[in-house]
Design a binder for this molecule. Structure first.
Ligand SMILES: [Zn+2]
Length: 94
């Protein structure tokens, strides 16, 4: 085995656990790292976000929110962001 093949193997052996760890972290809770609040906590933290006609963005006041699945459109893990200013608002599990 020459030097380039060896260093390639070492990089692979280092990258593999990192990738596995990252995927486990994502699955266990990392998916909501940018949206740490759930809906209940969001409304408790920002009471003004609750309006008569629905939930509003606390940053810009828009009621146009984006509800996206984490890995695909039908993922039960939902991340809700503002459609106007893109602020991360809250996460939800369906
Ligand atoms: Zn907004």
């Amino acid at each position: 085995m020459d030097f380039i093949a060896k260093s390639g193997l070492i990089i692979f052996l280092l990258a593999l656990p990192t990738a596995i760890f990252y995927m486990a972290w994502k699955a266990l809770g990392g998916w909501k790292s940018k949206h740490p609040l759930n809906l209940q906590e969001y409304l408790t933290t920002y009471p003004s976000a609750k309006t008569k006609s629905g939930i509003a963005c606390v940053v810009c006041g828009s009621k146009s929110l984006r509800n996206l699945g984490v890995s695909n459109a039908t993922d039960s893990r939902r991340l809700v962001s503002c459609n106007s200013c893109s602020s991360p608002l809250y996460h939800a599990k369906q």
